[in-house]
Design a protein around this ligand. Structure first.
Ligand code: FAD
Length: 450
């Protein structure tokens, strides 16, 4: 089927829906409008689901075939969960939604003047697909703050393949340390540096600490995994800087009690294959993980519109791009101020914006007046610091310790994309919690010639 035929089929599937709404519609034409959503992450998926009952055809394009629950990527990297426990095929998540078609493709540009997007799919380069409405939800990637040379030695954690290769690497350095006779080289193998003390850095550092103290404790004969040196570095003055000072301090104390070496207030000057320079001190380390900055997708460049300092598209209060009332940008790749402060790059913002964009399109299509401006409802902030401990900040409530950890666990299970994943993660966590054993401790590398 050609791309055009596919688009016609998406539109015709939505005819039935449009028949129902036609009597209410002022704007409805013979062909239902086509909404193209780019990105099947938190924002794009929420938008797609929000259009379920709209008299439109929807085409969702993503360069990967799955939706990932990014907040649990660190658990794949530290062998608690398997990749398939935190991700689902986008196609299957939307299978019951008749007006949606899903396409595997990499969007490389937008021609807003002619209302077309440009996609590479399989071996077809530069396919043009017309849209009536466009929702860009293409997320973010790592930012090395102008030090792209760090990328080769300090990978980040953004998708499943990052998490899997980090898991392989973490497991491998313990194996190498087990057979290393030189004490300095062994210590470098057992030194882990996280650059960036936001939630991902804190979660990774504490998870590695727990891994060395529980699962690995009895597994090795020559090395003591607990001799691992885990460093959490940040040039800011406290970890979890988006939390209150009290919760930051609680998280710091917890990290220290887990044996994490928290180094604050000094910039990372250099990273190479043998270690890292923090301030003026060199630390020999075979593992450096970049948990610091993120940069948005190139959506701003595609649209040629105004962007903020980080490169995120400056959107209007109805989430559209200035001069393009049919183009919405949501989630990590969008920039919107609320009460004088930019909205944070978190899943809740992306989901609420995706839902709102879907509602705006629905109302336009059926000829209803526009929705009031978007307003983010902040349900709170959570970060986990090892076993039995999390920090929670929500509507004036500040909590740290076991209760916060229980809330963290329940909320993360609830927000997984499918019921089967919720069961699977719950059982895995219960097993790991009781036995100290991790689920997915496999080093899987492609061997040449096999
Ligand atoms: C390790 C980690 C931990 C996190 N922990 C938390 C947490 O605890 N709580 C929280 O609220 N938030 C957390 N976040 C942030 C949260 O995951 C993001 O804010 C959220 O995913 C943003 O949603 P989005 O839809 O904008 O982008 P994403 O969810 O990143 O989705 C973007 C989608 O677009 C696709 N895409 C990108 N470019 C293209 C293209 N050119 N063509 C086609 N498809 C494309 C991608 O494949 C992806 O599927 C975490 C993020 C990370 C990386």
């Amino acid at each position: 089927m050609t791309i055009q035929a596919r688009m016609d089929s998406v539109r015709s599937k939505s005819e039935a829906l449009s028949q129902n709404s036609r009597s209410e519609s002022k704007e409805m034409t013979e062909k239902p409008p086509l909404v193209v959503i780019v990105g099947g992450g938190f924002g794009g998926l929420a938008a797609a689901k929000g259009l379920k009952r709209s008299p439109v055809g929807v085409l969702l394009i993503d360069r990967s075939n799955h939706h990932v629950f990014q907040p649990l990527l660190y658990q794949v990297a530290t062998s608690v969960l398997a990749p398939g426990q935190i991700a689902s095929p986008i196609r299957s998540l939307l299978a019951k939604q008749a007006n949606i078609s899903v396409m595997l493709g990499n969007v490389t540009g937008v021609d807003a003047a002619s209302k077309q997007i440009i996609v590479d799919a399989d071996d077809k380069i530069g396919i043009r697909i017309s849209y009536d409405y466009l929702i860009l939800a293409t997320g973010a990637t790592h930012s090395y703050f102008g030090h792209d040379e760090f990328a080769a030695f300090a990978p980040g954690l953004k998708n499943l393949s990052d998490a899997e290769s980090l898991r392989n690497h973490l497991l491998e350095v313990f194996e190498k340390a087990e057979i290393e006779d030189d004490p300095d080289r062994r210590q470098a193998l057992l030194t882990f540096v996280m650059v960036g003390a936001g939630p991902t850095g804190v979660e990774m550092a504490s998870a590695i600490a727990v891994m060395t103290q529980t699962t690995f404790r009895k597994d090795f004969r020559r090395i003591d995994p607990e001799s691992a040196h885990i460093v959490l570095a940040d040039m800011g003055s406290r970890p979890l800087a988006t939390f209150s000072e009290k919760l930051s301090e609680a998280a710091k104390q917890r990290l220290v009690s887990l044996g994490v070496d928290v180094r604050l207030g000094k910039p990372v000057q250099a990273i190479d294959r043998d270690g890292v320079v923090i301030g003026d001190e060199r630390i020999q380390a075979k593992t450096v993980v970049w948990t610091a900055g993120v940069a948005p997708s190139p959506a701003g460049k595609w649209l040629g519109c105004g962007v903020d300092r980080a490169g995120r598209v400056r959107i209007q209060p109805d989430l559209t791009v200035p001069d393009h009332p049919d183009v919405f940008v949501v989630g990590d790749t969008a920039s919107l101020d609320q009460d004088g402060r930019p909205l944070p790059g978190v899943a809740q913002v992306a989901m609420q914006q995706g839902k709102y964009a879907a509602l705006c399109i629905f109302r336009k299509v059926i000829g209803h007046p526009p929705s009031p401006p978007f307003r983010y409802f902040d349900k709170g902030n959570l970060a986990v610091v090892g076993k039995n401990f999390a920090v929670l900040q929500s509507a004036g409530v500040q909590l740290s310790g076991f209760m916060a950890w229980l809330v963290w666990a329940l909320i993360h299970i609830q927000f997984l994309a499918e019921t089967s994943l919720r069961f699977s993660v719950f059982l895995q966590w219960a097993w790991t919690y009781l036995s100290g054993k991790r689920g997915d401790r496999l080093i899987i590398r492609q061997r040449s010639g096999s």
